[in-house]
Design a protein around this ligand. Structure first.
Ligand code: ZN
Ligand code: ZN
Length: 215
């Protein structure tokens, strides 16, 4: 999955669920407000084997605080996760909580020469939380999720879930001598009986004689 730019050139859509309006802070350093939001998860919000289903509710507890150069956002995101155990392929469903804190710099303010590509900026009075959430949640997800810490996985020989199999589930070691004997046994097995119709010898010789030529 390509990593999205933290400063997309596209204009922020004020109606996008993860775009917040900070106008109420009035750009007054020290003013702050707390918000609780429930927003639908954007698409592709996860890694290969586990992620937040698109549209599932992301619960956000946010504190927006105006500081001199911008708006400081501190929050906790609680997201539902769905995925597959990387060992036994069982479905996984759990909840994940991530804390984050990011400073969004006013777009029309010079940031003291420290500006870099990673800096998040307000666009007008809007901040886009999506890249912050991606960093806080998606980058923290395990690439090899497990249904449980000690998941024994699948039997490499028969594929049965070892958690369901009897204790000590194993198969006879693949000893090459055994394999040879098994081949031999296969060869010695009685051949399927022939059809008992009593016929022996080739059939199909024609009884019809060539007509004698009369003349
Ligand atoms: Zn598992
Ligand atoms: Zn097995």
């Amino acid at each position: 999955m390509p990593h999205e730019s933290r400063n997309p050139l596209t204009r922020r859509d004020p109606n996008a669920p993860l775009v917040l309006d900070t106008r109420a802070l009035g750009r007054q350093p020290g003013s702050s407000r707390e918000e609780h939001l429930s927003v639908p998860a954007p698409e592709n919000f996860g890694v290969e084997m586990v992620g937040v289903p698109e549209g599932a509710a992301i619960e956000l507890d946010l504190r927006l605080e105006a500081v001199l150069e911008g708006v400081l956002v501190t929050g906790t995101a609680t997201v539902p996760l769905q995925g597959e155990c990387s060992r036994c392929l069982d479905p996984i469903a759990s909840t994940f909580e991530a804390d984050f804190q990011e400073l969004f710099v006013y777009g029309d303010t010079r940031s003291g020469g420290n500006a870099d590509d990673e800096e998040l900026r307000l666009e007008g009075d809007l901040i886009d939380l999506e890249p912050v959430l991606r960093d806080a949640v998606v980058l923290a997800l395990p690439l090899s999720p497990l249904c449980r810490e000690d998941c024994p996985g699948l039997c490499p020989d028969c594929g049965v879930r070892l958690a369901d199999a009897e204790p000590g589930h194993r198969h006879a070691a693949a000893d090459p001598r055994w394999a040879a004997l098994q081949d031999l046994a296969g060869d010695l097995a009685p051949a399927p009986p022939g059809r008992g119709d009593g016929s022996s010898g080739p059939r199909g010789s024609s009884d019809r004689r060539e007509g004698k030529q009369e003349g």
